[in-house]
Write a protein that binds this ligand. Structure first.
Ligand SMILES: Cc1cc2nc3c(=O)[nH]c(=O)nc-3n(C[C@H](O)[C@H](O)[C@H](O)COP(=O)(O)OP(=O)(O)OC[C@H]3O[C@@H](n4cnc5c(N)ncnc54)[C@H](O)[C@@H]3O)c2cc1C
Length: 458
């Protein structure tokens, strides 16, 4: 029997899509690194289904690509023509929210669904990103997603207490820990977080929840230098106990997006604009402290101007510039690099990167924004009618600089296929070899997301 016949016999035809019944949505993730028609798409509805499917695929040495919400930006969820995609979309739902602030969910649950369910019980899911409506908790773990609340709550791996994953041979590894402290040998959950579907398929997750803040204060700040941005960050970390976002936009980025949205905030576009947000209990005292913090920053010469949102709508307007959704429409094929390095060096890196990119592509759009508080910078680059060779050159120019700055080529989006061949810019040969040995130990037939993350052995 072929692998497809085996899968249909074990799971039923309804869970195995082939040929033209494979919808467009399974053919590409959000990286836009190509569209592929996989050999089949599996849609398991239970952990047992996932286990049976992997046993069969392992026996047939059949490559399997886990697919979550397909919002990934590194090509990791793309299944090539001979691959089988395994979609987690039917493995969705909240299984438990306990009063001691933990939540157990199936991996295919959309992040926003988990957020709403937690809010109804007075809790906050500490993970949040722009793709919240489509990305899944399992995908968030597999990519160790960052997002806009990292400065307060850490990255995804800091908010996971336990998980369940199915290994390539079908073994269900249940590590659904709900304790904060558990020092019983290797921390296996961390192996799967950030592994981009190469070591196992995550099926269940236990998240640590936080108290839901009663209110949020938001300011849009104009600054003259990157040095002032860093000083403002230091003061905010010292004086705002609930600091929950510190997002910086360089001049080009802010101007482009504000104009696209037809929004005007300051008399002129400042060299740097920062959104500061604080989670608070909601008393007048909180607001007074927030205003006093901004007042002091003025006196200290750090701020050129600042606006405090007077409503949720105004705060959304600030964020809409930062999220820059119109950019992708106005600049089709826009490249969004996602890098990190020590916070103090981000300003110099941005200047060097712009010079290097413009030397090669004088007419390019180059702009910068990022989660500065988490040492994470996004580089937006657009070249009219860019070909594959141009895109590779953009990566090569930016990542060569990253290597020089001893930074990371991926702060949050992951490696996937897009950055695989640059992994050695941020990881040593010894580190990459250990990754290869771990992969060989848990997936000896290399069926799980092959050709992703780890470059082939030379
Ligand atoms: C508008 C927008 C904003 C974004 N903002 C951010 C941001 O602020 N921070 C950030 O970090 N990312 C961001 N991203 C990237 C993306 O949303 C995240 O990487 C997200 O965590 C991916 O989740 P997903 O369910 O869509 O995964 P997919 O794209 O489906 O898959 C991503 C990778 O994880 C693997 N995978 C998926 N599910 C599983 C599973 N259950 N078990 C094992 N492997 C699995 C896939 O094989 C693939 O390698 C953004 C993307 C968009 C489109």
């Amino acid at each position: 029997m072929t692998v497809i016949e085996d899968l249909i016999a074990a799971l039923g035809a309804g869970k195995v899509l082939t040929g033209e019944s494979i919808g467009e949505r399974y053919r590409s993730d959000a990286s836009m690194t190509g569209r592929f028609l996989p050999l089949a798409v599996l849609r398991p509805s239970s952990v047992e289904d996932v286990s049976i499917a992997l046993q069969i695929c392992d026996r047939h040495r059949q490559p399997v690509v886990p697919q979550g919400g397909l919002t990934g930006l590194a090509g990791g969820a793309n299944a090539r023509s001979g691959d089988i995609a395994l979609s987690l979309e039917r493995l969705s739902g909240i299984e438990q929210i306990d009063t001691a602030a933990t939540m157990t969910v199936l991996a295919g649950t959309p992040l926003e669904v988990a957020q709403r369910a937690a809010e109804e019980r007075g809790f906050l899911v500490p993970i949040d990103l722009g793709a919240r409506g489509s990305c899944q908790i399992g995908g968030n773990l597999a990519t160790n997603a960052g997002g806009i609340r990292v400065i307060r709550h850490g990255v995804t791996r800091d908010n996971v207490l336990g998980l369940e994953a199915v290994l390539a041979d079908g073994t269900v590894l249940s590590s659904l820990n709900r304790m904060t402290k558990n020092n019983t040998g290797y921390d296996l959950r961390q192996l799967f977080i950030g592994s981009e579907g190469t070591l196992g398929i995550i099926t269940r997750v236990v998240l640590r929840l936080r108290p839901l803040p009663a209110a949020r204060l938001t300011a849009l700040c104009a600054l003259e230098t990157y040095g002032d941005v860093v000083s403002l960050l230091n003061s905010a970390q010292r004086d705002l106990p609930g600091l929950s976002a510190f997002e910086a936009m360089w001049e080009n980025y802010f101007r482009f997006n504000a104009e696209a949205l037809k929004l005007a905030f300051f008399d002129r576009t400042p060299p740097f604009t920062v959104i500061i947000e604080e989670d608070v209990a909601g008393s007048d005292l909180d607001r007074e402290r927030f205003e006093a913090f901004l007042g002091k920053a003025f006196e200290d010469g750090l701020l050129a101007d600042a606006l405090i949102a007077q409503s949720e709508k105004e705060a959304r307007a600030f964020w809409s510039v930062r999220e820059g959704h119109l950019m992708d429409q106005l600049l089709p094929g826009l490249v969004n690099l996602d890098v990190s390095m020590p916070i103090g060096q981000l300003g110099d890196f941005a200047a060097d990167c712009e010079t290097a990119l413009r030397a090669r592509f004088p007419a390019a759009h180059v702009s910068f924004f990022g989660h500065v508080g988490d040492s994470n910078l996004h580089v937006a680059v657009w070249i009219d009618a860019a070909g594959e060779h141009d895109l590779h050159e953009i990566d090569a120019i930016a990542y060569a600089l990253i290597r020089q700055y001893q930074g990371s080529i991926s702060a949050e989006h992951g490696i996937g296929t897009l950055k695989r061949d640059f992994l050695d810019h941020s990881r040593s040969e010894a580190e990459i070899n250990v990754m290869r040995r771990i992969k060989a130990a848990v997936d000896p037939n290399a069926i799980l997301n092959p050709a992703k993350v780890i470059p082939p052995d030379a």
